[in-house]
Design a binder for this molecule. Structure first.
Ligand code: CUA
Length: 196
């Protein structure tokens, strides 16, 4: 039987111990696989972002933010609550630094309500606590959310997207009234919370 080499590094490894060069080769292969995965994931983000054109996640409905007040769906006279022929309500609002227009809207309880919002300047947020309503309001797009209010009451609506120095003061109100009371109010009081 041959004598083992005097240098311990040159002695054969005991069974079950993986030689250093095998460990190094395996680790560098895994490092390359991980790096390749990172490159692929970054490429997917960039390609889908550019090819799909970044847009809000809710629905893609574009609008020119520069002409909102001048005509079309978001003209001043068209804002607030409108009752559709099927009895549902559509509420149109514009978010702008630092308020929502109109500042308060009135809707009937136990009725399907569709909120349609857009922004005249920067990204705002629209959230009604204790409901499923929570959306970003992005300039150039119309955000649409649907809900229905089982209880009458006042819902404070804070802008929840930082939109500038007046962000903390930006909020609106949704006043939910029983259906019969809603119908009994005058047209101006129905579209917004203005007193007659
Ligand atoms: Cu609008 Cu914050």
């Amino acid at each position: 039987m041959a004598e083992p080499p005097a240098n311990p590094l040159q002695r054969p490894l005991a069974d079950g111990i993986v030689p250093e060069e095998v460990v190094t080769r395996t680790e560098s292969r895994w490092a390359m696989i991980m790096a390749a995965m990172l490159v692929v994931m970054m490429a997917v983000i960039v390609v889908t972002g550019v090819a799909g054109a970044l847009h809000p996640s809710s629905n893609v409905e574009v609008i020119d933010p520069l002409t909102l007040h001048l005509g079309g769906e978001f003209a001043q006279s068209n804002l607030g609550t409108a009752i559709e022929p099927d009895g549902s309500a559509t509420v149109r609002l514009i978010g702008e630094q630092y308020d929502f227009v109109p500042h308060c809207v009135r809707v009937p309880a136990n009725t399907p309500v569709k909120f349609r919002l857009t922004s005249a300047d920067v990204v705002h947020g629209f959230l009604l606590p204790d409901t499923n309503v929570n959306t970003m309001v992005v300039p150039g797009f119309v955000a649409e959310v649907r809900t229905s209010f089982a209880e009458s009451g006042e819902y404070a609506m804070p802008c929840h997207e930082f939109c500038g120095l007046g962000h903390h003061a930006m909020w609106t109100r949704v006043s939910v009234v029983p259906k019969d009371q809603f119908v009994a109010r005058g047209p101006l009081e129905r579209t917004r919370c203005a007193k007659q």
